[in-house]
Structure formats: C-alpha cells, structure tokens
Write a protein of this length. Structure first.
Length: 535
C-alpha cells in the first residue's frame, strides 16, 4: 500500500462512509477494533500516570518550587488538561453522546489552554514586575516619610495597581475566551439544529464528522480558538524568550516548549482538516458519491493522499492530536516540578555536611553585598525578589537603631538627650536605601522588646507597609501567626524587634529556595574561598 498515492473516488467514499460494503475492500479503513484497543491501552496508562502525578503535585504544594508556579493556577490547568484528554480518549473506546466531545473540544480545551496562556503571561509580567520592585522600593521620598510619620498609610498605590492589573489580566485571559467559546458553541448548536449532537444517546462522532459537513461546523469554535491561540502564543514566544531563568527545565522551558508544540499541532490539524474538507466538498459537489459512481473508479486531483486518510482515521479527525498537547502540558507543568523537588532535596542532602551549606555560612553570605546582589538577581528569575529586598531593608532598620543609639549617647554626653531630634535620620536612611553595604556594628546590641523611638518610627512603618501589609505587592510569604502578631504590635506597642520573627522565616525561605541555586552556580568558588573575599 502506497501511503503517498492519491486515492480515487471509491476509496474516498469508503472513508466518508465506513459502515458499508465498500469499506470492506480497504483493510486500513476497517480497523475500528484495533484503534479502540490501542486507545484503551493508552487510556489506562494515561489515567494511572496522570492521577498519580496530580496527587504528587498536590502533596508537594507547600514546596517553594511549586508555590513559585502559582500552585492553584498550575494545578487546575493540569487537572483540566487531564480531564480533556481523558474524555477524548474515553469517547474513542466507548461510543458516547456527541455533546461530550463537542463541549470538551469547544469549551474545556479553550479553558485549559487559556490557563496556560495566562500562566505564560504571568511569567512575563511578574518577571518585569520583580525587576520593577528593585528600583521602585528605593524611590522613597521625604514626603512619604513625613506622611508615614503622621500616621498615614504609605502610598504604595502605583505598585498595588500594577499587582492588581496583573491579576486582572490573568482573570481576563481565562474567563473571556471560555465564556465566548461557550456562547458560540450554544449558538452553533441552535443554528445547526438539524445535526443531532446532544448529551443523550450514543454514536460514533468521528463517523458522523466524516459524512456530515454540518457536524464539522459545530467544532469550528475549537478550530478557530486553536488558530487564535497559536497566533497569540507565537507573539508571546518573543517575550518569554527574553526572560532569564535559573533552571534549565524551569518555567521558561515549559512555556517555550509547550508553545512550540501547540503551534506545530495546530498547523498539522489545520492542514489535515482543510485537505479532507476540501476533498469532501468537491467529492459531493461533482456527484461522485456512492449512489452515482459506487462502482466506477475515477482518479481526480481533488483527493488527498492515503496517508492523510490514515492519520485522520487514527486521530479521530485530528482531535486526538490535541491529547499530545495536554499530555505534554501535564508533564511539563506537573511532573517536571515534582522531579525538581526530588532532585533539589537529593542535592541538599548530598552537600549537607559541607560548611558552605550551613545556615551559619548563609548568614555570612547575607552580609556580603556582592553575594546579596547575586542572590537578588537569582530571586528576580525565581519571582521572589521581595525576600532579598526584605533582608536588605531589615538591615537598614538595624542600622537606624544602631545610629539612634550612637546619636543618643552623643546627646547624653553633652547633657541634653533632646538633641537626638536634630539628627538628620531622613538623610541617613536614604543613604542606606540607595546603597546596601555592611557597616561595622561590633558594639551593636539591642533589647528586642524596647519601644521603637519616635525618631525612627516612620521607617518601621514604611517597612511594614512595604513587606508585611497583605495589600502590598511586595508582601513576603510569612506565616499567618507572625502577620497577626506584627499587625497587633505595629498598631499598639511597636518594639525594635517587631520584625525579627519574620526575618527568621524569610532567611529560612531564602536558604531553602535561592541559596541552593547560588551554591550550584558558585559552589567551587565558595567552597575554596571565604566569603570575606567577596567584600
């Protein structure tokens, strides 16, 4: 059998109407049982692997690697992709109502693909947003300090608007296409009411799709959305390519590889259906049907090659091709992060005994400005730059308390402690904000329960509004109990150690998330040299 040979009208008629005597002449068209068996095996294997992957991903939801990808958005994306592929495979094994295939193709597929698009867009926006945070937090002016000193909330409105806008865009990308797809599908069902495609009864959707051109029009929503998505993702590919990622198989790899696969499958699906639909239209318009010329073989250039018929037959009109996308999406967004969690844990245990892997050594790294800058660069790529910014600004608060103690001692030595109010804390604060450095604080010690002095209270309020307030886009991910405690103290009796517990949580988080990347990038250098050489 020559796969590249064009078929004649009889063979094409047998392809369009598989349940007739003509089909028996062509073995490759009369293999429905073989196809069902293959799809049954695929369904069983896919179900086992898919469910186990989703459950594993859910169990690891508290890992930093999983949180970074937005657990719920990624998990729901994977779950819907799994459901879509399961239904697509199921209807190939058991004759099912046409409505199931229709709404899976026209509504569920656009929904999970919209989620993937929103996740890709989120990566681009948050990458730019993390870069923006680094410069914006340094742009504190004196007006802001005075307003904070008077007890007014620090105006982070611009940052909040950007953060809200990112979420609004994500919701828009998910909801709008899905709603449009649903309405369009209902409208097409109403327009082609002569085509039986409901949630009741059973039938072979692929056979109906071959022989009834109106049946194919019901699935125009899926085809249009697939083409539209491929076009948008092609543009998105340019922006994602510019993102710097720490991980070889991280979020950037997932997005780029999935986009390439979606575009490739969409092109194949479009060519396949366009070829078959054009040939079917010509076939019937010329009267070359089973009634007129069932026993007369006519070679026509309008017919496709035999390979196209085989692919169409095995992929059920090309719909099964999209199962490849869904399966890969689950692999890239669900399975790979789980493997990454496992490999990270194994690498951490491997180097646990080395001095560079200890928490004590990590604190030395945090007191080395060049290494903190490198950590910041890593955190931008990991979409968690607020943690490093928290540490830098926490250090600034410590310097403010240290500076207050020095100036207070000076004022007390001249016998007038009130002179402390004449010191320009504002200028000192901005100097520290603009340039993170490690100053000598050998004599520095403080009682964490000592009330925050009036002169430096505004800077504590700024820190709270920037990193602790849940409405702030730079809010760090600390426990609810810590947030509750800080909220109470900042409004009632703030002490100089109010943020110490939060600091410990953030350091632990950086130690577990971005520090392993720094070690991986610089392990040999860090292991053979002291951190002081970086200063």
């Amino acid at each position: 059998m020559n796969l590249w040979e064009k078929v004649d009208n009889i063979e094409f008629e047998a392809f369009l109407n598989p349940y007739n005597n003509i089909t028996k002449k062509f073995d490759y068209l009369n293999n429905d049982k073989d196809i069902r068996l293959v799809y049954l095996i695929i369904l069983i294997v896919y179900s086992i692997l898919g469910i186990s992957s989703l459950l594993t991903f859910y169990c690891l939801r508290n890992w930093y690697i999983i949180k970074q990808r937005n657990f719920w958005l990624t998990f729901l994306n994977g779950l819907l992709a799994f459901i879509s592929t399961f239904v697509t495979l199921w209807v190939q094994v058991i004759d099912s109502p046409c409505g199931i295939s229709l709404y899976t193709s026209n509504v569920i597929n656009p929904l999970y693909n919209s989620m993937f698009l929103s996740r890709s867009l989120r990566i681009v926006l948050l990458y730019r947003f993390n870069i923006y945070k680094v410069t914006e937090i340094k742009k504190r002016n004196k007006k802001t300090l005075r307003e904070s000193y008077l007890g007014e909330k620090e105006p982070n409105n611009y940052l909040q608007k950007i953060y809200k806008r990112v979420n609004r865009i994500i919701y828009f990308v998910i909801i709008i296409p899905t709603v449009v797809a649903l309405i369009a599908t209902i409208a097409l069902q109403y327009k082609f009411s002569n085509v039986e495609c409901s949630f009741f009864g059973t039938g072979n959707a692929t056979s109906n799709l071959k022989g009834n051109s109106d049946m194919g029009k019901l699935f125009l929503v899926a085809q249009f959305f697939g083409f539209f998505l491929a076009t948008v993702l092609l543009i998105m590919l340019i922006f994602i390519y510019k993102i710097k990622d720490n991980n070889k198989y991280g979020a950037k790899f997932e997005c780029i590889s999935t986009i390439i696969l979606i575009i490739s499958i969409t092109i194949v699906h479009t060519i396949l259906n366009a070829t078959i639909n054009r040939a079917r239209g010509e076939h019937y318009s010329n009267g070359l049907n089973r009634k007129a010329m069932a026993n007369v073989s006519v070679k026509k250039d309008i017919y496709p090659i035999r390979l196209f018929l085989i692919i169409y037959n095995w992929t059920k009109g090309g719909k099964a091709l999209y199962c490849i996308i869904a399966c890969y999406m689950i692999f890239a967004s669900i399975v790979l992060p789980c493997f990454k969690c496992w490999s990270t844990k194994r690498e951490k245990n491997k180097y646990l005994q080395r001095s560079t892997s200890s928490m004590q050594y990590f604190y030395k790294v945090l007191n080395s400005p060049p290494l903190v800058e490198e950590l910041k660069s890593i955190a931008i790529k990991e979409f968690s730059v607020e943690n490093v910014l928290f540490w830098e600004n926490y250090q600034v608060l410590q310097k403010m308390v240290y500076r207050y103690q020095i100036e207070l001692k000076k004022a007390e030595r001249v016998g007038n402690p009130t002179l402390i109010s004449q010191y320009d804390f504002d200028n000192y604060y901005h100097q520290q904000i603009q340039s993170f450095s490690v100053s000598s604080m050998d004599d520095y010690s403080y009682d964490p329960y000592f009330p925050v002095p009036r002169e430096i209270l505004p800077y504590y309020q700024i820190f709270y509004d920037t990193f602790i307030d849940s409405l702030s886009p730079s809010a760090v991910n600390i426990t609810g109990a810590t947030i509750k405690r800080i909220n109470y103290e900042i409004n009632n009796y703030p002490t100089v150690g109010i943020f110490d517990i939060a600091k410990n949580e953030i350091v632990e988080m950086m130690y577990s998330s971005i520090y392993p990347i720094l070690l991986r990038n610089n392990r040999k250098h860090l292991y053979n040299n002291s951190v002081s050489n970086y200063g």
